[in-house]
Design a protein around this ligand. Structure first.
Ligand code: MN
Ligand code: MN
Length: 469
């Protein structure tokens, strides 16, 4: 066929880089990705870090993962996991080569932006009961009004017992919402800047309007709601102090588009990468180098806290795991490589002016590899070295996986960081890889199924690669 091409066409093919939309060269890929994303949609029903960990552990056990044992020297092919407080998780498969030769690490996060209940949330106003919230992570507040919300979380009772809360996800459950102002009376509201259109203290969740039947009681609607919660969960108002309850969009994950090419769901930042790396971890049964897959919490609020990537739990686990081989984590980390798996912004033609088209990622062109994120003059970023980029590029190209480069947007427009800078602090070669997302951090984030599938293939190729640094 190449005979039919002109000299210029042949030269163009050889010298210039070009990325096609997925499916042009390989139509079968689209069907494979549809199949892959059926299970992915089930994973997305887990909408908090706790739910993801709880869902994942039985899957790990089914795949012969055992809880990590301190002091045990694991053999090639052994699979283990470490559960950090039910909110973060480390999974590993021991490689054929000794851990001293380095690890292949994949980190993603399993928390997503949402509305957390305040410690004293329940109040009554104008004969309606509400729950006050404090938003978690970077949200456009106005996007969280007038949509169905569900409540997820745990309450630790005074007797030490933990009660799980999940309302609004099961068929027939009630859902909740934050109200918005009718346009007829919104003349002043509509003049405000978007960050003030709905303010933090207006993000109150409507939970009822019927009174407790007793004339002598003051806040009758509030009492009625508290009584319902007591009957269902045995909780009193004070128990909210020792609780983590969060409101998230109640939408079910769904196919988007007539061609069903996309998945629309809450929390795909970063469950899409968590799922892809989990599947890769499960499928790398005899890796050359030991694989370590991490689900981190707290990324959306800066990774602080003992279940976030700025906590020492990751380093401590490695110290413990490696001490059985007589190794120090720092020596092994120097020889290791990490994929920091997180989403990136896909070019959105509706807001085209914020993207630099030569260096931003596109939906359905494959996983996006970002040398750096950060903002302005590359502040707050892990800027992966040319060597690390070259290492990953070889793996992806050898495995024939289409990928693309991606900056977050135009240089001066804004920016944002990922966990990569908290990982590379361990003197570990790290590079950002992920999936391009439309409407990131909104209640309904959108990805292309083929990108999800190819991220899985990319992480699997990285885990299975025999390539040394
Ligand atoms: Mn993220
Ligand atoms: Mn995010």
């Amino acid at each position: 066929m190449s005979k039919d091409k002109s000299a210029g066409q042949r030269l163009e093919e050889k010298l210039l880089s070009k990325s096609d939309t997925l499916g042009v060269k390989d139509a079968a890929l689209l069907e494979q990705s549809k199949g892959f994303c059926e299970e992915y949609k089930l994973f997305l029903n887990n909408k908090t870090e706790r739910e993801v960990v709880e869902y994942t552990i039985p899957i790990l056990k089914k795949h012969k993962y055992k809880e990590f044992q301190l002091g045990k020297k694991y053999a090639a092919g052994d699979k283990l996991y470490f559960n950090n407080r039910g909110k973060a998780l480390i999974m590993a498969t021991v490689g054929r080569r000794p851990p001293a030769d380095g690890l292949r690490i994949g980190v993603s996060h399993i928390d997503s932006p949402r509305l957390d209940l305040k410690p004293n949330p329940l109040f009554e106003d104008s004969d309606m009961a509400y729950l006050k919230t404090h938003y978690y992570g970077g949200i456009k507040k106005y996007q969280w009004t007038a949509i169905p919300l569900s409540l997820h979380g745990v309450v630790v009772l005074n007797n030490g017992k933990t009660v799980k809360v999940n309302i609004g996800e099961s068929e027939g459950d009630p859902v909740f919402c934050v109200t918005d102002l009718l346009p007829h009376l919104a003349q002043n509201q509509m003049k405000k800047t978007a960050s003030e259109v709905v303010e933090g203290e207006q993000l109150n969740i409507l939970v009822g309007c019927w009174p407790y039947n007793d004339e002598k009681v003051g806040a009758k609607v509030k009492l009625n709601i508290m009584n319902l919660l007591f009957e269902k969960y045995g909780i009193t108002e004070k128990d909210f102090l020792s609780a983590e309850i969060t409101a998230v969009p109640a939408f079910r994950p769904a196919d988007i588009g007539l061609d069903r090419s996309m998945v629309g769901a809450y929390g795909q930042d970063d469950s899409v990468c968590a799922y892809a790396s989990l599947m890769a971890e499960l499928d790398s049964t005899e890796p050359e180098f030991t694989t370590v897959t991490v689900f981190a919490d707290k990324e959306e609020i800066g990774s602080d806290g003992n279940t976030g990537m700025r906590s020492l739990f990751f380093r401590d686990f490695l110290e413990d795991f490696l001490s059985a081989y007589g190794l120090q984590a720092r020596h092994v980390l120097q020889k290791s490589v990490c994929l920091s798996c997180d989403v990136n912004a896909a070019v959105d033609p509706a807001f085209g002016d914020v993207f630099e088209r030569n260096n931003c990622s596109y939906l359905n062109r494959g996983p996006v590899v970002s040398k750096y994120t950060g903002s302005r003059g590359k502040y707050s970023t892990n800027d992966a070295s040319a060597e690390t980029m070259g290492f990953l590029r070889r793996i992806l190209d050898d495995a024939d996986i289409q990928w693309q480069v991606g900056e977050l947007g135009k240089v001066d427009i804004g920016g944002g960081g990922t966990i990569a800078s908290d990982i590379s602090v361990h003197n570990l070669d790290t590079v950002d890889v992920g999936v391009p997302v439309l409407s990131m951090h909104s209640p309904l984030e959108i990805v292309s199924k083929a990108d999800v599938y190819l991220l899985y293939k990319a992480v699997l190729a990285f885990y299975n690669s025999k390539l040394s640094k």
